[in-house]
Design a binder for this molecule. Structure first.
Ligand code: FE2
Length: 292
């Protein structure tokens, strides 16, 4: 029977410690989308002006902060404008971090803060190659940035002012997806990981796990029949909605929307509550061997 990634709703109205939902590691690790329809990221009066594509420099698809330095990239404006923009994005980083630690106390001490980004640019109309086209269903995996098994946990919030939802498609559960393509994925050529790292194409060694994940990403995006005919559901995230996923596990496609906040966290697979449910654990179980 065809299965689709579950989306589960939670009643939280606060980012802080007093919210009701906590200890839901098992749900996010199972590959569910955790949706919080009553959890807006509130902008200050002076920040409302930032919901405009003119603050993006046009080169990157978002304005982002890198940690631990807090350096901001992709924005244009004068010094005081940029400082205010940075303060807004920093507040999102801090709120979503406190929130993630309440939802997933098991990750405390092991949750590393990745980039925080603000996307004031419309999704549609961006011209990209098929491989970069995020309107196609995919799991997150990057050619130059091998994760080596580290998980990608993401906290999104739609801050659109005109009622427009962030529109996603979600696809089949990860295990079904892996079974679809694993039989035709070959092992990497001997020495290729060394060469990719040596020539600077990858930031670190592309492990066999990374190779398989990148193959899953690429096969799915290149497969028109899969994109159109595989088990999937449309999911709208209305303005004021926050949602949390392991984006290296949940098959997703961003179909439309404008003005979104996004925080990435890294958590090592070993620090999951149930590491065996991770993409790596699932792939190793299906293959009957370790992926190094
Ligand atoms: Fe993605």
């Amino acid at each position: 029977m065809a299965r689709v990634t579950p989306v589960v709703d939670f009643p939280d109205r606060s980012w802080a410690h007093d919210g009701p939902t906590r200890g839901v590691e098992a749900r996010v690790e199972a590959g569910e989308v955790l949706r919080f329809p009553y959890l807006p990221f509130t902008l200050l009066e002076s920040e409302l002006r930032f919901r405009d594509p003119r603050w993006a420099d046009g080169k990157a698809k978002n304005i982002s902060l890198r940690w631990p330095s807090g350096e901001m990239r992709g924005a244009v404006g004068n010094a005081s404008e940029l400082a205010a923009l940075k303060a807004m994005i920093t507040r999102y980083a801090e709120q979503s971090e406190a929130f993630a630690l309440r939802l997933f106390p098991h990750y405390r001490g092991h949750l590393a803060r990745g980039n925080t980004s603000f996307r004031p640019v419309n999704i549609t109309g961006r011209v990209t190659s098929w491989r970069k086209d995020d309107t196609r269903l995919h799991v997150d995996a990057f050619p130059s940035n091998p994760m080596q098994g580290t998980r990608l946990l993401r906290v999104f919030c739609n801050v659109n002012p005109t009622g427009r939802p962030r529109a996603w498609r979600v696809g089949e559960p990860f295990e079904d997806h892996a079974k679809r393509y694993l039989p035709t994925i070959r092992q990497p050529l001997p020495g290729s990981a060394w060469l990719l790292e040596r020539t600077g194409i990858t930031k670190r060694r592309r492990t066999e796990y990374d190779h398989v994940m990148l193959q899953l990403h690429d096969r799915a995006k290149a497969d028109k029949a899969f994109q159109q005919g595989s088990p999937q559901a449309h999911v709208d995230f209305a303005p004021g909605t926050t949602w949390v996923v392991f984006s290296d596990q949940v098959l997703h496609a961003a179909m439309g929307g404008q003005h979104m906040m996004e925080q990435t966290f890294y958590v090592d697979v070993a620090h999951q509550q149930r590491p065996e449910t991770s993409p790596r654990g699932t792939l190793e179980r299906l293959l009957g061997r370790e992926l190094r």
